[in-house]
Design a protein around this ligand. Structure first.
Ligand code: IFM
Length: 408
């Protein structure tokens, strides 16, 4: 039997645009514009209705309680800034069921009036953080400033596969700088308002086969180092900003899905999401991949957590996302196998000294998977998109037992 430390925080995660719907009750975000632009999202899917969580949150919190979740990670839609009362109701409902609210301020649904290429957006983010804290700060256990700034910068403003759909090799660096600044200013704003627990979530992907270290810098270190060490491996961020970015934080959120396998190939143009990577070619996944065509690589999670504890000591770690898209069935043995292997990999990292405090499965329910629309299903709860009916998958029942036993 593998057991996890006492008080280990088992949870599940979602994000506002991916589940809430009720688009008519808020301002527009860049994802509303992007998804309504023909050809951007598979089959013209949008988040207008999504899982209608905005109206069905009570039912969803009841399902969380049935699974036995200790914590729920959700994101706040910045475009709801004029009226954040939905999160007030959600947080109360969670607490009534004994579930700790973990709130992310930015999971990609930027109000259309802003653009991350503008430095001012970072300051607007800090004002928004203050406002959000005023509404639910007294009841949130952990704040997360940003979710996966790499994706916002390099997929939103590099390859253009995500909103706002900008294709550029230079903008991602400006955007990454401003996002990091937003993290620093947002953390300062949350602290000034009274927050004791503040974190950031990074998507971190171990790289296999790149001796130069370039891809590790572009995928991982260019976010880790400024936040946790106050240094910039790319030497693009001015010192004054690095000081703001390098705020003490209480946890590092880690989103882990897979590894990057690359090989030197002088004829390769590289990847548009890793500017400067010409001469490197991405290899196909080894073994049977998930429906995202991502390699199932639990060893990468152990390596990553151990590396983080070694290179960035003193910051507790939380897995804020891990999970897999598989075919649409409630008998999801593939997902159980994926989670089982990754839970074991996390336990192995703890054995080796990693200070891992919690684990949030992605995702609580099937949802809008960005450019793939509703075609990729990550949920441990199935959503019928015709009726919006929810059904616990076998993985949710299996997870219930893991949580109950605090182990496998
Ligand atoms: O659905 C996304 C989520 O919004 C951010 N992390 C990765 C997930 C799966 O692609």
């Amino acid at each position: 039997m593998i057991t996890f430390p006492d008080g280990f925080l088992w949870g599940a995660a979602t994000a506002s645009y991916q589940i809430e719907g009720a688009a008519d009750t808020r301002e527009q975000s860049i994802w509303d514009v992007f998804s309504h632009t023909p050809g951007k999202v598979a089959d013209g899917h949008t988040g207008d209705v999504a899982c209608d969580h905005y109206h069905r949150y009570r039912e969803d919190v009841a399902l969380m309680a049935e699974i036995g979740l200790k914590a729920y990670r959700f994101s706040i839609a910045w475009p709801r800034i004029a009226d954040l009362s939905f999160y007030d109701r959600l947080v109360d409902e969670l607490l009534e069921r004994g579930i700790s609210p973990v709130a992310t301020l930015y999971h990609w649904d930027l109000p259309v009036t802003y653009d991350w290429r503008d430095r001012d957006t970072a300051y607007a983010f800090a004002d928004y953080a203050t406002k959000a804290y005023e509404v639910i700060g007294d009841r949130v256990s952990m704040w997360t400033t940003l979710n996966e700034p790499w994706v916002s910068a390099f997929v939103g403003y590099g390859s253009g596969r995500h909103a706002p759909g900008v294709e550029s090799s230079e903008d991602p660096f400006t955007v990454a700088h401003h996002l990091l600044l937003a993290h620093g200013l947002g953390t300062q704003a949350l602290r000034a308002a009274g927050a004791s627990q503040v974190s950031i979530t990074l998507n971190l992907t171990p790289v296999i086969g790149d001796e130069s270290g370039l891809i590790d810098t572009l995928a991982n270190r260019m976010f880790l180092d400024p936040v946790l060490l106050g240094t910039d491996p790319l030497e693009r961020i001015p010192d004054d900003d690095l000081k703001i970015i390098n705020q003490p934080i209480d946890a590092l959120g880690v989103n882990y899905y897979t590894v990057n396998r690359v090989v030197v190939d002088p004829s390769s143009p590289g990847s548009p999401e890793h500017p400067g990577s010409a001469g490197l070619r991405w290899l196909p996944p080894e073994g049977t991949p998930t429906e995202m065509n991502w390699e199932v690589a639990p060893f990468g999670l152990t390596d990553l957590l151990v590396r983080l504890s070694r290179d960035y000591p003193g910051t507790p770690l939380m897995i804020t996302e891990n999970g897999a898209a598989y075919e649409d069935t409630v008998h999801d043995q593939d997902r159980i196998a994926y989670l089982d292997a990754h839970f074991r990999a996390a336990a192995a990292a703890i054995e080796q000294g990693a200070d891992l405090r919690g684990y949030f499965v992605w995702s609580l329910m099937d949802n809008f998977e960005w450019a793939y629309g509703y075609h990729k299903r990550f949920g441990i709860i199935r959503v019928d998109y015709d009726t919006l009916e929810r059904t616990l998958k076998d993985s949710a029942r299996w997870y219930h037992d893991v949580i109950l036993n605090n182990g496998l």
